[in-house]
Design a binder for this molecule. Structure first.
Ligand code: 6PG
Length: 247
């Protein structure tokens, strides 16, 4: 059973997640000389990114941290829907991070399968096979998806590849779309896997994911690290339906 930590709102959740991340970063740099992070997209992480930026460049060993993404939309890097673009504005530019350590998925590619394969090749060269991240950040949609592992999409069954172009169709993706996403094997290889989920619209899916039966309609259930630890950082609104509620 994954650990669930519930907080009084997104700001408190983000501050706690920032502290947890800092510990993981310092330990990784001490033990392995660097830290590789797979970032989530969506809106929830933005507050965490803003807090990290506000702490300043010296708060963490940013020159030893590599940023990757768990998924990306089929848009250019300056598009308002781009996961990279949100991170660039909230974290990368404010801290002036080294572009050589920012590994963007090429959502603008005309062939997303090629872009996914290229990203996987870069990832495996850097982190091995399977790629072992020190920190994997994930969000969860109101439909129980995570990264771009949407209900009914082929990537849910992916057991060999680590990054794929995944055709999805959901009201959340404004209908049929293709996303680049890391697969369950890549996400589950992480040493420290963290979900950030806030808001009342996450309460019902969170109840299903954590306390319901195994159900492919809730892809976030696929996240079960093979040897790493899994912690959910949630707010009280998202935790409202959990047995025992707040923790
Ligand atoms: C994406 C994300 C996705 C996100 C969830 C939650 O590309 O949208 O990777 O998995 O984490 O949809 O999004 P919110 O944080 O906006 O609720």
């Amino acid at each position: 059973m994954p650990k669930v930590q519930s907080f009084d709102g997104l700001d408190a959740l983000s501050r706690a997640a920032a502290g947890d991340l800092a510990t993981i970063v310092h330990d990784a740099v001490r033990d392995r000389g660097g830290c590789s992070i797979a970032l989530s997209g969506g809106s929830t992480p933005k507050r965490l990114f803003q807090l990290l930026a506000a702490d300043g460049r010296d708060a963490l060993p940013w020159d030893r941290i590599d940023l990757w993404w768990g998924d990306e939309r089929a848009v250019p890097p300056d598009h308002p829907d781009s996961n990279y673009n949100m991170t660039r504005q909230a974290l990368i530019e404010p801290l002036g991070l080294d572009p050589a350590r920012v590994h963007r998925m090429r959502g603008e590619a005309s062939d997303l399968s090629v872009a996914a394969r290229d990203y996987e090749d870069e990832l495996v060269r850097a982190l091995g096979s399977p790629p072992v991240f020190d920190y994997v950040m994930l969000g969860m949609g109101p439909d129980g998806h995570t990264a771009s592992l949407f209900p009914g999409s082929p990537a849910l069954a992916e057991t060999r590849r680590f990054v794929v172009a995944n055709p999805v169709s959901s009201p959340l993706t404004k209908g049929a779309a293709t996303r680049i996403t890391m697969s369950p094997p890549a996400l589950n290889a992480g040493r420290h896997v963290r979900f950030l989920a806030a808001g009342a619209d996450k309460a019902a899916p969170l109840k299903h994911v954590l306390e319901g039966p195994k159900d492919p309609k809730y892809p976030a259930q696929l996240i079960a690290p093979s040897s790493g630890d899994l912690v959910w950082f949630v707010d009280h609104a998202a935790a409202a339906l959990l047995t025992g509620g707040r923790s």
